[in-house]
Design a protein around this ligand. Structure first.
Ligand code: HEM
Length: 393
Protein backbone atom coordinates (compact mmCIF):
# COMPACT_ATOMS: atom_id res chain seq x y z
CA UNK A 1 0.00 0.00 0.00
CA UNK A 2 1.27 3.49 -0.85
CA UNK A 3 2.02 5.93 1.95
CA UNK A 4 0.43 9.30 2.71
CA UNK A 5 3.02 11.30 4.61
CA UNK A 6 1.16 14.39 5.74
CA UNK A 7 1.23 16.16 9.10
CA UNK A 8 -2.41 17.08 9.88
CA UNK A 9 -1.21 20.17 11.76
CA UNK A 10 0.78 21.52 8.78
CA UNK A 11 -0.65 25.05 8.17
CA UNK A 12 -0.99 24.57 4.41
CA UNK A 13 -2.92 21.31 4.93
CA UNK A 14 -5.14 22.89 7.61
CA UNK A 15 -6.07 25.76 5.26
CA UNK A 16 -6.74 23.54 2.22
CA UNK A 17 -6.76 19.78 2.85
CA UNK A 18 -8.65 19.16 -0.42
CA UNK A 19 -5.53 19.71 -2.55
CA UNK A 20 -3.71 17.01 -0.54
CA UNK A 21 -6.72 14.67 -0.67
CA UNK A 22 -6.78 14.95 -4.47
CA UNK A 23 -3.14 13.81 -4.69
CA UNK A 24 -3.83 10.93 -2.31
CA UNK A 25 -7.03 9.86 -4.08
CA UNK A 26 -5.20 9.70 -7.41
CA UNK A 27 -2.95 6.99 -5.93
CA UNK A 28 -5.71 4.58 -4.93
CA UNK A 29 -8.65 4.03 -2.58
CA UNK A 30 -6.52 3.22 0.50
CA UNK A 31 -3.19 4.74 1.53
CA UNK A 32 -1.23 4.21 4.72
CA UNK A 33 -1.42 7.54 6.60
CA UNK A 34 2.00 7.70 8.19
CA UNK A 35 1.17 10.17 10.97
CA UNK A 36 -1.98 8.28 12.11
CA UNK A 37 -0.29 4.89 11.55
CA UNK A 38 -3.31 3.35 9.83
CA UNK A 39 -4.75 2.89 6.33
CA UNK A 40 -6.98 5.75 5.23
CA UNK A 41 -9.79 5.73 2.65
CA UNK A 42 -9.82 8.73 0.28
CA UNK A 43 -12.25 7.76 -2.50
CA UNK A 44 -16.01 8.07 -2.23
CA UNK A 45 -16.44 4.38 -3.00
CA UNK A 46 -14.06 3.25 -0.24
CA UNK A 47 -15.49 5.61 2.41
CA UNK A 48 -19.10 4.82 1.47
CA UNK A 49 -18.44 1.05 1.47
CA UNK A 50 -16.58 0.84 4.80
CA UNK A 51 -19.14 3.07 6.58
CA UNK A 52 -21.80 0.49 5.68
CA UNK A 53 -19.74 -2.68 6.13
CA UNK A 54 -20.80 -4.35 9.39
CA UNK A 55 -17.43 -6.10 9.63
CA UNK A 56 -16.17 -2.70 10.79
CA UNK A 57 -17.38 -0.66 13.76
CA UNK A 58 -16.60 2.13 16.22
CA UNK A 59 -16.52 0.18 19.49
CA UNK A 60 -13.07 -1.02 20.56
CA UNK A 61 -12.90 -4.85 20.21
CA UNK A 62 -13.28 -6.31 23.74
CA UNK A 63 -9.84 -7.92 23.84
CA UNK A 64 -8.22 -4.56 22.98
CA UNK A 65 -10.07 -2.49 25.57
CA UNK A 66 -7.62 -1.18 28.12
CA UNK A 67 -8.16 0.80 31.28
CA UNK A 68 -7.17 4.37 30.39
CA UNK A 69 -4.90 6.55 32.56
CA UNK A 70 -6.34 7.83 35.86
CA UNK A 71 -6.00 11.48 34.90
CA UNK A 72 -8.51 10.91 32.08
CA UNK A 73 -11.09 8.97 34.11
CA UNK A 74 -14.02 11.49 33.94
CA UNK A 75 -13.65 11.87 30.16
CA UNK A 76 -13.30 8.11 29.62
CA UNK A 77 -16.41 7.47 31.68
CA UNK A 78 -18.52 9.75 29.46
CA UNK A 79 -17.00 8.14 26.34
CA UNK A 80 -17.67 4.63 27.62
CA UNK A 81 -21.39 5.39 27.75
CA UNK A 82 -21.58 7.22 24.45
CA UNK A 83 -23.81 5.88 21.73
CA UNK A 84 -21.22 6.97 19.20
CA UNK A 85 -18.68 4.55 20.71
CA UNK A 86 -21.12 1.61 20.92
CA UNK A 87 -22.17 -1.16 18.54
CA UNK A 88 -25.37 -3.27 18.65
CA UNK A 89 -27.16 -4.29 20.77
CA UNK A 90 -26.18 -1.39 23.08
CA UNK A 91 -26.06 1.06 20.18
CA UNK A 92 -29.53 0.09 18.86
CA UNK A 93 -31.11 0.57 22.31
CA UNK A 94 -29.55 4.02 22.88
CA UNK A 95 -30.11 5.23 19.32
CA UNK A 96 -33.79 4.23 19.35
CA UNK A 97 -34.32 6.32 22.49
CA UNK A 98 -32.73 9.41 20.92
CA UNK A 99 -34.46 8.98 17.57
CA UNK A 100 -37.83 9.30 19.29
CA UNK A 101 -36.95 12.92 20.06
CA UNK A 102 -35.68 13.54 16.52
CA UNK A 103 -38.76 12.67 14.46
CA UNK A 104 -39.21 14.89 11.41
CA UNK A 105 -42.39 16.31 13.02
CA UNK A 106 -40.53 17.38 16.19
CA UNK A 107 -37.72 18.90 14.15
CA UNK A 108 -39.98 20.75 11.69
CA UNK A 109 -41.97 22.15 14.64
CA UNK A 110 -38.80 23.98 15.75
CA UNK A 111 -38.82 26.19 12.62
CA UNK A 112 -40.67 29.26 14.01
CA UNK A 113 -38.53 29.24 17.16
CA UNK A 114 -35.30 29.09 15.15
CA UNK A 115 -36.56 31.90 12.88
CA UNK A 116 -37.30 34.13 15.89
CA UNK A 117 -33.92 33.31 17.43
CA UNK A 118 -32.10 34.26 14.18
CA UNK A 119 -33.90 37.62 14.04
CA UNK A 120 -33.13 38.35 17.69
CA UNK A 121 -29.45 37.61 17.17
CA UNK A 122 -29.29 39.83 14.07
CA UNK A 123 -31.04 42.66 15.97
CA UNK A 124 -28.02 42.64 18.29
CA UNK A 125 -25.33 42.82 15.56
CA UNK A 126 -23.04 45.84 16.11
CA UNK A 127 -22.40 48.48 13.43
CA UNK A 128 -18.64 47.95 13.47
CA UNK A 129 -16.88 44.75 12.25
CA UNK A 130 -17.62 41.73 14.45
CA UNK A 131 -17.18 37.96 14.68
CA UNK A 132 -20.17 36.30 13.01
CA UNK A 133 -18.94 32.87 14.13
CA UNK A 134 -19.51 33.87 17.72
CA UNK A 135 -22.49 36.21 17.32
CA UNK A 136 -24.60 34.02 15.04
CA UNK A 137 -23.20 30.70 13.76
CA UNK A 138 -22.49 29.46 17.31
CA UNK A 139 -25.61 30.84 18.98
CA UNK A 140 -28.21 29.32 16.63
CA UNK A 141 -27.20 25.66 17.17
CA UNK A 142 -26.26 25.92 20.84
CA UNK A 143 -29.49 27.62 21.90
CA UNK A 144 -31.58 25.29 19.71
CA UNK A 145 -30.02 22.15 21.24
CA UNK A 146 -30.48 23.55 24.77
CA UNK A 147 -34.19 24.02 24.03
CA UNK A 148 -34.57 20.57 22.48
CA UNK A 149 -32.96 18.86 25.45
CA UNK A 150 -34.58 21.09 28.05
CA UNK A 151 -31.39 22.64 29.44
CA UNK A 152 -31.57 26.35 30.47
CA UNK A 153 -30.27 28.63 27.73
CA UNK A 154 -28.24 30.62 30.23
CA UNK A 155 -26.02 27.51 30.45
CA UNK A 156 -24.94 27.96 26.79
CA UNK A 157 -21.52 29.55 27.58
CA UNK A 158 -20.66 26.72 30.03
CA UNK A 159 -21.86 24.07 27.59
CA UNK A 160 -19.68 25.57 24.87
CA UNK A 161 -16.62 25.56 27.10
CA UNK A 162 -17.15 21.98 28.30
CA UNK A 163 -17.85 20.76 24.80
CA UNK A 164 -14.81 22.47 23.21
CA UNK A 165 -12.57 21.07 25.96
CA UNK A 166 -13.93 17.55 25.48
CA UNK A 167 -13.85 17.37 21.68
CA UNK A 168 -10.29 18.77 21.65
CA UNK A 169 -9.35 15.18 22.60
CA UNK A 170 -9.99 14.18 18.98
CA UNK A 171 -7.75 16.84 17.50
CA UNK A 172 -4.37 16.11 15.97
CA UNK A 173 -2.70 18.75 18.19
CA UNK A 174 -3.73 17.02 21.48
CA UNK A 175 -1.33 17.45 24.43
CA UNK A 176 -1.28 16.49 28.13
CA UNK A 177 -2.81 19.92 28.82
CA UNK A 178 -5.68 19.03 26.44
CA UNK A 179 -6.24 15.82 28.42
CA UNK A 180 -6.28 17.53 31.83
CA UNK A 181 -8.70 20.20 30.60
CA UNK A 182 -10.97 17.58 28.98
CA UNK A 183 -11.08 15.55 32.20
CA UNK A 184 -11.91 18.63 34.28
CA UNK A 185 -14.67 19.73 31.92
CA UNK A 186 -16.12 16.20 31.71
CA UNK A 187 -16.32 16.09 35.51
CA UNK A 188 -18.00 19.51 35.65
CA UNK A 189 -20.45 18.62 32.86
CA UNK A 190 -21.34 15.32 34.58
CA UNK A 191 -21.83 17.07 37.94
CA UNK A 192 -24.04 19.73 36.34
CA UNK A 193 -26.27 17.15 34.63
CA UNK A 194 -26.48 14.92 37.71
CA UNK A 195 -27.66 17.87 39.78
CA UNK A 196 -29.96 19.16 37.04
CA UNK A 197 -31.63 15.80 36.45
CA UNK A 198 -32.51 15.14 40.12
CA UNK A 199 -35.32 17.75 40.44
CA UNK A 200 -36.43 17.06 36.84
CA UNK A 201 -37.47 13.54 37.89
CA UNK A 202 -40.50 15.02 39.64
CA UNK A 203 -40.99 17.85 37.13
CA UNK A 204 -41.53 16.24 33.69
CA UNK A 205 -41.70 18.50 30.60
CA UNK A 206 -41.97 17.96 26.87
CA UNK A 207 -38.26 17.58 26.14
CA UNK A 208 -35.53 15.01 25.46
CA UNK A 209 -34.21 14.96 29.04
CA UNK A 210 -37.66 14.04 30.35
CA UNK A 211 -37.94 11.20 27.83
CA UNK A 212 -34.47 9.92 28.69
CA UNK A 213 -35.22 10.11 32.45
CA UNK A 214 -38.37 8.04 31.86
CA UNK A 215 -36.28 5.44 30.01
CA UNK A 216 -33.74 5.40 32.84
CA UNK A 217 -36.47 4.93 35.45
CA UNK A 218 -37.77 1.91 33.54
CA UNK A 219 -34.39 0.45 34.49
CA UNK A 220 -33.79 -1.88 31.58
CA UNK A 221 -33.49 0.77 28.88
CA UNK A 222 -30.95 3.26 30.21
CA UNK A 223 -28.57 3.32 33.16
CA UNK A 224 -27.82 6.62 34.94
CA UNK A 225 -24.32 6.70 33.38
CA UNK A 226 -25.86 6.15 29.95
CA UNK A 227 -28.37 8.92 30.62
CA UNK A 228 -25.57 11.37 31.41
CA UNK A 229 -23.36 10.14 28.53
CA UNK A 230 -26.23 10.44 26.04
CA UNK A 231 -27.15 13.96 27.17
CA UNK A 232 -23.51 15.06 26.87
CA UNK A 233 -23.12 13.49 23.41
CA UNK A 234 -26.30 15.10 22.09
CA UNK A 235 -25.49 18.49 23.62
CA UNK A 236 -21.94 18.45 22.19
CA UNK A 237 -22.75 16.92 18.79
CA UNK A 238 -25.79 19.20 18.61
CA UNK A 239 -23.70 22.30 18.06
CA UNK A 240 -19.98 21.54 17.42
CA UNK A 241 -20.37 20.63 13.73
CA UNK A 242 -23.38 22.81 12.84
CA UNK A 243 -21.53 25.95 14.00
CA UNK A 244 -18.82 25.29 11.42
CA UNK A 245 -21.17 24.06 8.71
CA UNK A 246 -22.88 27.46 9.01
CA UNK A 247 -19.71 29.56 9.13
CA UNK A 248 -17.90 27.60 6.39
CA UNK A 249 -21.07 28.14 4.33
CA UNK A 250 -21.26 31.90 4.97
CA UNK A 251 -17.57 32.23 4.08
CA UNK A 252 -18.03 30.36 0.78
CA UNK A 253 -21.21 32.25 -0.10
CA UNK A 254 -19.47 35.58 0.49
CA UNK A 255 -16.27 34.62 -1.31
CA UNK A 256 -18.10 33.24 -4.34
CA UNK A 257 -20.78 35.96 -4.28
CA UNK A 258 -23.53 33.37 -4.69
CA UNK A 259 -25.81 34.40 -1.86
CA UNK A 260 -28.70 35.43 -4.12
CA UNK A 261 -29.32 31.73 -4.91
CA UNK A 262 -30.46 31.27 -1.36
CA UNK A 263 -33.53 33.36 -1.77
CA UNK A 264 -34.94 31.03 -4.36
CA UNK A 265 -36.88 28.25 -2.56
CA UNK A 266 -36.05 25.93 -5.43
CA UNK A 267 -32.32 26.16 -4.86
CA UNK A 268 -32.28 26.44 -1.07
CA UNK A 269 -31.98 22.66 -0.57
CA UNK A 270 -29.27 22.26 -3.21
CA UNK A 271 -27.37 25.24 -1.75
CA UNK A 272 -27.38 23.74 1.75
CA UNK A 273 -26.34 20.31 0.42
CA UNK A 274 -23.56 21.89 -1.64
CA UNK A 275 -22.26 23.76 1.42
CA UNK A 276 -22.19 20.48 3.34
CA UNK A 277 -20.47 18.65 0.49
CA UNK A 278 -18.03 21.36 -0.53
CA UNK A 279 -16.60 22.27 2.88
CA UNK A 280 -17.81 19.87 5.59
CA UNK A 281 -16.93 20.58 9.25
CA UNK A 282 -15.84 17.02 10.15
CA UNK A 283 -13.21 15.37 7.97
CA UNK A 284 -12.24 12.04 9.46
CA UNK A 285 -13.70 9.19 11.52
CA UNK A 286 -12.13 5.80 12.23
CA UNK A 287 -13.38 2.22 12.35
CA UNK A 288 -12.04 -1.05 13.81
CA UNK A 289 -12.07 -4.23 11.72
CA UNK A 290 -13.98 -6.94 13.61
CA UNK A 291 -12.71 -9.85 11.52
CA UNK A 292 -9.93 -10.74 9.10
CA UNK A 293 -10.83 -9.60 5.61
CA UNK A 294 -9.42 -8.19 2.39
CA UNK A 295 -10.91 -4.99 1.00
CA UNK A 296 -9.67 -2.56 -1.66
CA UNK A 297 -6.53 -4.68 -1.93
CA UNK A 298 -5.65 -4.43 1.76
CA UNK A 299 -5.66 -7.30 4.23
CA UNK A 300 -7.20 -6.30 7.57
CA UNK A 301 -6.77 -8.26 10.81
CA UNK A 302 -9.29 -8.04 13.67
CA UNK A 303 -8.56 -4.87 15.64
CA UNK A 304 -6.91 -2.99 12.74
CA UNK A 305 -8.11 0.57 12.38
CA UNK A 306 -8.97 2.45 9.20
CA UNK A 307 -9.53 6.21 8.76
CA UNK A 308 -12.46 7.35 6.64
CA UNK A 309 -11.85 10.73 5.00
CA UNK A 310 -15.31 12.24 4.63
CA UNK A 311 -13.94 15.50 3.24
CA UNK A 312 -11.92 13.63 0.60
CA UNK A 313 -14.88 11.42 -0.41
CA UNK A 314 -17.01 14.55 -0.98
CA UNK A 315 -14.47 15.86 -3.53
CA UNK A 316 -14.17 12.64 -5.54
CA UNK A 317 -14.32 13.68 -9.23
CA UNK A 318 -15.84 10.32 -10.23
CA UNK A 319 -19.01 11.37 -8.37
CA UNK A 320 -18.99 15.19 -8.57
CA UNK A 321 -17.69 17.00 -11.66
CA UNK A 322 -15.33 19.91 -10.86
CA UNK A 323 -15.55 18.90 -7.17
CA UNK A 324 -13.56 21.83 -5.78
CA UNK A 325 -15.95 24.28 -7.35
CA UNK A 326 -18.89 25.53 -5.26
CA UNK A 327 -22.01 25.03 -7.41
CA UNK A 328 -25.18 25.70 -5.40
CA UNK A 329 -27.43 24.44 -8.20
CA UNK A 330 -25.63 21.08 -8.40
CA UNK A 331 -28.14 18.20 -8.34
CA UNK A 332 -28.09 16.50 -4.93
CA UNK A 333 -26.14 13.25 -4.68
CA UNK A 334 -25.75 11.86 -1.19
CA UNK A 335 -22.46 13.08 0.26
CA UNK A 336 -20.66 11.63 3.29
CA UNK A 337 -20.69 14.72 5.56
CA UNK A 338 -23.13 13.06 7.98
CA UNK A 339 -21.42 9.65 7.73
CA UNK A 340 -23.44 6.60 6.68
CA UNK A 341 -24.60 3.20 7.87
CA UNK A 342 -25.31 2.44 11.51
CA UNK A 343 -23.82 5.63 12.98
CA UNK A 344 -25.35 7.99 10.40
CA UNK A 345 -25.81 11.35 12.13
CA UNK A 346 -28.97 11.45 14.25
CA UNK A 347 -29.00 15.25 14.04
CA UNK A 348 -28.78 15.58 10.22
CA UNK A 349 -32.42 16.80 9.83
CA UNK A 350 -31.90 19.35 12.63
CA UNK A 351 -28.58 20.59 11.20
CA UNK A 352 -30.11 20.94 7.73
CA UNK A 353 -33.11 22.81 9.17
CA UNK A 354 -30.88 25.23 11.07
CA UNK A 355 -28.93 25.94 7.88
CA UNK A 356 -32.08 26.32 5.76
CA UNK A 357 -33.48 28.84 8.25
CA UNK A 358 -30.40 30.71 9.46
CA UNK A 359 -28.66 31.35 6.11
CA UNK A 360 -31.54 32.99 4.16
CA UNK A 361 -32.54 35.14 7.16
CA UNK A 362 -28.94 36.30 7.57
CA UNK A 363 -28.57 37.29 3.91
CA UNK A 364 -32.03 38.88 3.71
CA UNK A 365 -31.50 40.95 6.84
CA UNK A 366 -27.88 41.85 5.99
CA UNK A 367 -27.82 42.44 2.21
CA UNK A 368 -24.44 44.22 2.44
CA UNK A 369 -22.76 41.52 4.51
CA UNK A 370 -19.07 41.30 3.58
CA UNK A 371 -15.86 39.80 4.86
CA UNK A 372 -13.76 42.27 6.83
CA UNK A 373 -10.79 39.93 7.25
CA UNK A 374 -9.57 36.91 5.32
CA UNK A 375 -10.94 33.96 7.37
CA UNK A 376 -8.51 31.24 8.50
CA UNK A 377 -9.24 27.63 9.46
CA UNK A 378 -8.11 26.62 12.93
CA UNK A 379 -5.48 23.99 13.61
CA UNK A 380 -7.97 21.43 14.95
CA UNK A 381 -7.93 18.56 12.41
CA UNK A 382 -10.08 16.39 12.00
CA UNK A 383 -12.41 19.32 12.65
CA UNK A 384 -12.44 21.76 9.76
CA UNK A 385 -13.76 25.09 10.95
CA UNK A 386 -12.79 28.75 11.03
CA UNK A 387 -11.06 30.44 13.98
CA UNK A 388 -13.36 33.42 13.49
CA UNK A 389 -15.39 35.10 10.77
CA UNK A 390 -14.96 38.86 10.98
CA UNK A 391 -17.62 40.58 8.88
CA UNK A 392 -19.24 43.97 8.43
CA UNK A 393 -22.97 44.37 7.73
C1 HEM B 1 -23.67 19.94 10.02
C2 HEM B 1 -23.76 19.42 11.22
C3 HEM B 1 -23.38 18.00 11.55
C4 HEM B 1 -22.47 17.17 10.95
C5 HEM B 1 -21.59 17.47 9.73
C6 HEM B 1 -22.50 15.91 11.66
C7 HEM B 1 -21.75 14.79 11.33
C8 HEM B 1 -21.84 13.57 11.95
C9 HEM B 1 -21.13 12.38 11.53
C10 HEM B 1 -20.17 12.30 10.35
C11 HEM B 1 -21.49 11.36 12.35
C12 HEM B 1 -21.05 9.89 12.25
C13 HEM B 1 -19.69 9.62 12.80
C14 HEM B 1 -19.22 8.22 12.45
O1 HEM B 1 -19.81 7.57 11.59
O2 HEM B 1 -18.21 7.77 13.02
C15 HEM B 1 -22.41 11.90 13.33
C16 HEM B 1 -22.98 11.17 14.34
C17 HEM B 1 -23.83 11.73 15.28
N1 HEM B 1 -24.35 13.01 15.28
FE1 HEM B 1 -23.95 14.48 13.95
N2 HEM B 1 -23.39 16.00 12.70
C18 HEM B 1 -23.97 17.26 12.66
C19 HEM B 1 -24.95 17.74 13.49
C20 HEM B 1 -25.51 17.04 14.53
C21 HEM B 1 -26.57 17.52 15.37
C22 HEM B 1 -27.29 18.86 15.23
C23 HEM B 1 -26.79 16.54 16.31
C24 HEM B 1 -27.77 16.45 17.45
C25 HEM B 1 -28.73 17.16 17.68
C26 HEM B 1 -25.92 15.44 16.02
C27 HEM B 1 -25.87 14.26 16.74
C28 HEM B 1 -25.16 13.14 16.37
C29 HEM B 1 -25.18 11.89 17.12
C30 HEM B 1 -25.98 11.61 18.39
C31 HEM B 1 -24.35 11.00 16.44
C32 HEM B 1 -24.05 9.55 16.81
C33 HEM B 1 -24.93 8.62 16.01
C34 HEM B 1 -24.62 7.16 16.24
O3 HEM B 1 -23.53 6.81 16.71
O4 HEM B 1 -25.51 6.35 15.94
N3 HEM B 1 -25.15 15.78 14.93
N4 HEM B 1 -22.63 13.25 13.04
Amino acid sequence: MKTFDQDPTDPAFVQNPYAYYAEARAQGPLLFWQQYKMPAAFTHEAVHTILRDRRFGREVPTEMAIQGPDHLAPWLKVEAHSLLEAEPPRHSRLRALILRAFTSRTITALTPDIETLCHQLIDRFPDQPFDLLNAYCTQVPVITICRLLGVPEKMAPELLRWSHDMVAMYQANRTRQTEDTAAKSSAEFTAFLTEYITPRRTDPRDDLITRLIAAEEEGTKLSTDELIGTCILVLNAGHEATVHALSNGVKTLLQTKTQSHLFNPETLDTTVEEILRHDPPLHMFTRYAYEELTLFGHHFYRGDQVALLLGAANHDPTVWGAPDQFTPTRPIQTNTSFGGGLHFCVGAPLARLEMRVALPILFERCPNLRLFEQPQYSDTYHFHGLSNLIVQT
